[in-house]
Design a protein around this ligand. Structure first.
Ligand SMILES: Nc1nc2c(ncn2[C@@H]2O[C@H](COP(=O)(O)OP(=O)(O)O)[C@@H](O)[C@H]2O)c(=O)[nH]1
Ligand SMILES: [Mg+2]
Length: 383
């Protein structure tokens, strides 16, 4: 985002980013676009946002059509808990069975293919968190073309915070291939490394480049491409060799990245499947059996790890830690917590005291840039 955005534009942007429903997203994106001052430096950004707005509107239209035509229900599931995780897999792989054995949801397990016709949520408990698992209708070859429920399915997947890819131990490699192909054609990737460049917009600090690879164009070119797109403050992460096109691609965000966990189900019948899958694909997979419960007790922890989040407990001076955690991204700093809690804490931040895994000792005094760990307690002092 341009550094010169007025405060109301920044506020609108925040509301847009945090909006959870489609109508809300549209409303706040409209507000955001109209609050960006019209000048040349902002034009690319405005163009990108307008395109995004058109996409969202289309999606909403489709949703409405489905609702009026398809006997209700709808395909977007209201988010609840710390994160929403969509179960994705071919018919019969055991998605519904897994939801049934790990959550309170009432689901129908299929004796015949394609039993699950619409997304069904259920809450999975992990320590003091709940994850919302969403059972989806099966993915199939052609889903990405929008055949049958394909487009609805993809919109549920796009809306989720993470994916649980459920493979049948009978043919995990083949099923995985189909799923990745369909997701890819729908513009969704689960492979972080395929995104050579990630641009995370920040509120200050200019352009910071974190590079674990090689840039095949000049640094000034990177800077000018970003400036032209209206990006003045961002952390740019580059992996592998990347050139100008990759930077433009990252700006266009052609593919949506979703973190994912690969589950191989039915290990009661195919105990060797996870090992063989990993050998053939080089991907880590997690063996479970919805039938016997094998592997399912640790599912919450695996989801937590996959999502890349940490829990931070705020505390007021003289008080105890909050009962409910704030969910932050791994790598979050003390100042990020201040930002989430209240702009007042952020603007007037002086120091913080911390307890827990990232503290050298109880009540350690730290600055704004201290990186937090899961389970930390933070007390923020203001000027
Ligand atoms: N042996 C075995 N069968 C399973 C397991 N999980 C599910 N099934 C069976 O696989 C079939 C499909 O299960 P379902 O949960 O409906 O799959 P979905 O289409 O992915 O939702 C059913 O007959 C289940 O009983 C498992 O862990 N082991
Ligand atoms: Mg099912």
């Amino acid at each position: 985002m341009p550094a010169n955005l007025p405060p109301q534009a920044r506020a609108a942007e925040r509301r847009y980013i945090e909006a959870k429903t489609l109508p809300e997203k549209i409303k706040y994106l409209q507000e955001f676009i109209s609050s960006i001052p019209e000048h040349k430096g902002n034009e690319k950004m405005r163009r990108y946002l307008r395109r995004r707005l058109a996409e969202l509107k289309e999606e909403l239209e489709e949703q409405k059509k489905r609702k009026s035509g398809g006997g209700g229900g709808g395909f977007s599931v209201k988010k609840e808990g710390a994160a929403q995780v969509a179960l994705v897999g071919l018919t019969g792989s055991g998605k519904s069975s897994i939801l049934d054995s790990t959550t309170n949801a009432k689901v129908e397990v299929g004796a015949h293919p394609f039993t699950t016709k619409e997304p069904i949520p259920g809450m999975l408990e992990f320590e003091d968190l709940q994850f919302q698992l969403v059972d989806t209708p099966a993915i199939f070859e052609g889903a990405s073309y929008g055949l049958s429920w394909g487009s609805q399915l993809m919109s549920v997947i796009r809306n989720a915070d993470g994916l649980m890819i459920v493979l049948d131990g009978y043919d995990p490699v083949g099923q995985y291939g189909t799923i990745i192909k369909e997701l890819g054609m729908a513009g969704i990737t689960t492979d972080m490394s395929s995104r050579k460049i990630e641009i995370e917009r920040t509120t200050g600090g200019g352009i910071q480049i974190a590079c674990t690879g090689r840039i095949t164009c000049r640094m000034e070119e990177v800077d000018s491409i970003l400036k032209e797109a209206g990006v003045r403050n961002a952390i740019v992460r580059i992996r592998g060799d990347a050139g100008k096109e990759d930077i433009l691609g990252a700006l266009e965000q052609t593919k949506t990245y979703k973190p994912s966990l690969i589950l191989i189900n039915k290990i009661d019948a195919y105990p060797e499947a996870p090992k063989e899958f990993s050998k053939l694909t080089g991907k880590e997979a997690y063996g479970v059996s919805a039938k016997t419960g094998l592997g399912l007790v640790n599912l919450g922890r695996e989801i937590f790890r996959m999502l890349g989040i940490i829990r931070v407990y705020t505390k007021e001076v003289g008080g105890g830690p909050a009962a409910k955690p704030i969910i932050m991204r791994r790598g979050a700093k003390v100042i990020d917590v201040a930002k989430v809690v209240h702009s007042h804490l952020y603007k007037n931040f002086k120091i913080a005291r911390i307890w827990g895994p990232s503290a050298k000792y109880d009540a350690e005094k730290v600055g704004a840039d201290h990186e937090l760990a899961d389970g930390d307690v933070v007390e923020i002092r203001i000027k």
